[in-house]
Design a protein around this ligand. Structure first.
Ligand SMILES: CC(C)(COP(=O)(O)OP(=O)(O)OC[C@H]1O[C@@H](n2cnc3c(N)ncnc32)[C@H](O)[C@@H]1OP(=O)(O)O)[C@@H](O)C(=O)NCCC(=O)NCCS
Length: 184
């Protein structure tokens, strides 16, 4: 089974090509139903599992259920290298959510080379086009790399110092307003 996921939304800021810090060509584009197995493969081999708010779930069955939920209910963006899914992020744009929660995971071997920053910057533009007021997330205080990425694109802490902290990003809705429904 593969989810429909994107609810017919299309955004001007997608797709985009970037070069990572190792000069690899990375494609950033919206998830499509045909990507499900490749995305599942990324999470099956993802390490470490369960560290960030229990995600990605370590248990195979729970992880599969979680992934079906993510692709069917959230707006998903992939980063691909030579057809391999090497990054995934998602934003809850369903039901006119103006303050969606953000999640992001990059495959080992592709971390720390600028891909998470590029994906987050694209998702910020998606949120602008969708007319969101802010994006929110929860991150482990010890996850300095993730915090660095989120601060670079404009997230700021909005909760006190705890093992996990909430961050939010104020979004200026773009002139384009809500993402267009319908296939590109
Ligand atoms: C966190 C994550 C999404 C970041 O994406 P990424 O592609 O690795 O990050 P980038 O390469 O774009 O940027 C990392 C930045 O943090 C910096 N950094 C790396 N380690 C750091 C550390 N220990 N402390 C502070 N900064 C650090 C890098 O120098 C880089 O900044 P620069 O480009 O200004 O030099 C990715 O590493 C990942 O998926 N990790 C595992 C899952 C996870 O933590 N998800 C987030 C859950 S909230």
């Amino acid at each position: 089974m593969s989810g429909t996921g994107q609810k017919g939304l299309a955004f001007k800021c997608l797709p985009v090509q970037i070069e990572d810090k190792r000069r690899r060509r990375i494609e950033i584009r919206a998830y499509e139903a045909a990507d499900f197995e490749a995305l599942q493969a990324m999470y099956d081999t993802f390490e470490p599992k369960g560290l960030e708010c229990g995600l990605p779930p370590p248990n195979d069955q729970v992880r599969l259920r979680w992934l079906h939920y993510v692709v069917s209910e959230l707006f998903n963006v992939l980063a691909l290298h030579k057809g391999l899914v090497i990054g995934h992020c998602a934003l809850d744009l369903a039901g006119g959510s103006f303050c969606p929660e953000y999640l992001i995971f990059i495959r080992k071997g592709f971390r720390n080379v600028g891909i998470g920053t590029a994906l987050s910057a694209v998702v910020k533009r998606v949120a602008e086009e969708a007319g969101c007021e802010k994006i929110v997330l929860t991150v482990r205080t010890a996850n300095r790399r993730a915090i660095n990425v989120f601060e670079k694109v404009g997230f700021a802490f909005c909760s006190g110092i705890e093992p996990c902290r909430d961050m939010e990003l104020e979004v200026k809705p773009g002139k384009a307003g809500r993402g267009k429904r319908g296939r590109k």
